[in-house]
Design a protein around this ligand. Structure first.
Ligand code: NAD
Ligand code: UD1
Length: 346
């Protein structure tokens, strides 16, 4: 029986809460640190309900060194899953200092304290956004991490660089207990736990497609603006690789299993390897919800690429991971969460 203890930063958030469920169900002990800047502790109560097990929650900021030290003193942490971060692209353009401060300085404080306590295993939530705008639509991990178009994306690329440097320093010094780091580059996580108890609960008007469409379906928003109808794609609208959040967090469990066998820093794409257009997403919602989704095609959104999807082959070969859930299941689970919780956790 597994009793390793995992520190989950940002565990009250959308992806972190699903990771906590999966970890508890796989018999890990879980400690969450979250400052609740973009979440509510209700999500953790629901995690415990789903898993039928309890976790430890510390409400604190990852930039608070003392709070982190207290956690590492009180708990024998095996590894850290690092989800805590700010993630709104538009907001990051308006508030770059806040984004760099939170995402970059937060990770520096976290890794500094981890190193002090000799806990040197970390799985980091990165993003396909670190690839910028490459000349290909199918992204492999060996593409340069270059040209992210906004401070949010740049903060992810910076953190990747910092983590690679930590691993490299241990190689150079032949450290007896070297860093083991996995960078997971997410494509577009959507969906929710099948129970309908936890899911994505964005603040205000959603920026991302699927939360927006589901709020149109539930009647909270009137009409979707489709950003661009003249892209060189199957139907002129943007194509993305959507991945069920439960598949995504299972990728983290596989990454966790890969630790303890060596050293270094390795990046993996977590995506399905297949793209869907905005109109295909709308059609799937109409099919599953039996509602009409009102939309209009408007100008392209600055910073958007026409199409991208993952080459998920490396994660399959090295982590033994691939997605299992198809689009209709992603939409049905999103819809269950949205329709049962029209105002999110409130
Ligand atoms: P989320 O906002 O729902 O969760 C992030 C959590 O971190 C929140 O609960 C928030 O309160 C907490 N947090 C933020 N800054 C903190 C700090 N300084 N100290 C303590 N807690 C802090 O976001 P999510 O969708 O669950 O994303 C999780 C991670 O995955 C983020 O790092 C995000 O950038 C990354 N990511 C998300 C997506 C996506 O589409 N959702 C895509 C790629 C990468
Ligand atoms: C966006 C971010 C990316 C971030 C990810 C998860 C940008 C440029 N990219 O990715 O950095 O990691 O979210 O937070 O913001 N769309 C509409 N109408 C909408 C919303 C979206 O047509 O109201 C379209 C977009 O043009 C795109 C697709 O839907 O073609 C998906 O958009 P979105 O869900 O925002 O994800 P990304 O743009 O891939």
């Amino acid at each position: 029986m597994n009793r390793q203890k995992i520190l989950v930063t940002g565990g009250a958030g959308y992806i972190g809460s699903h990771a906590c469920v999966e970890l508890l169900q796989e018999n890990y002990d879980v400690v969450v640190i979250d400052n609740l800047s973009n979440s509510k502790s209700d999500s953790l109560a629901r995690v415990e309900k789903i898993a039928g097990k309890s976790l430890t929650f510390v409400q604190a900021d990852i930039r608070d060194k003392q709070a982190l030290s207290n956690i590492f003193t009180a708990h024998d942490i095996y590894a850290v899953m690092h989800f805590a971060g700010l993630k709104a692209v538009g907001e990051s353009c308006e508030q770059p200092i806040r984004y760099y401060q939170n995402n970059v300085c937060g990770t520096l404080t976290l890794t500094e304290v981890m190193e002090q306590f000799g806990v040197k295993k970390i799985i980091f939530s990165s993003s396909a956004t670190v690839y910028g705008e490459p000349d290909t639509v199918k992204y492999t991990e060996d593409l340069p991490v270059f040209g992210a178009t906004n401070p949010y994306g740049k903060s992810k690329a910076m953190v990747e660089d910092i983590l690679k440097d930590l691993a490299q320093a241990d190689v150079l010094s032949n450290a007896s207990k070297p860093w083991e780091i996995v960078l997971l580059r997410y494509f577009n996580p959507i969906g929710a736990h099948i129970s309908g108890l936890i899911g994505e609960d964005p603040n205000g008007i959603p920026n991302n497609l699927v939360p927006y469409v589901s709020q149109v379906a539930v009647g909270k928003l009137e009409q979707l603006s489709v950003f661009g109808g003249d892209y060189p794609t199957i139907d002129g609208t943007g194509v993305r690789d959507y991945i069920h959040v439960v598949d995504l967090v299972k990728g983290h469990l596989c990454a966790l299993n890969s630790l303890g066998k060596g050293s270094g820093c390795k990046a993996y794409n977590l995506g399905a390897g297949k793209g869907y257009s905005v109109l295909e997403i709308i059609a799937a919602f109409e099919r599953i919800t039996e509602k009409t989704i009102q939309y209009k095609i408007v100008a392209r959104r600055t910073g958007d690429v026409a199409e991208n999807y993952a080459d998920p082959g490396l994660a399959l070969r090295e982590l033994g991971w691939k997605t299992e859930k198809q689009l209709d299941e992603m939409v049905a689970d999103t819809w269950r969460w949205q329709s049962q919780n029209p105002s999110g956790y409130e």
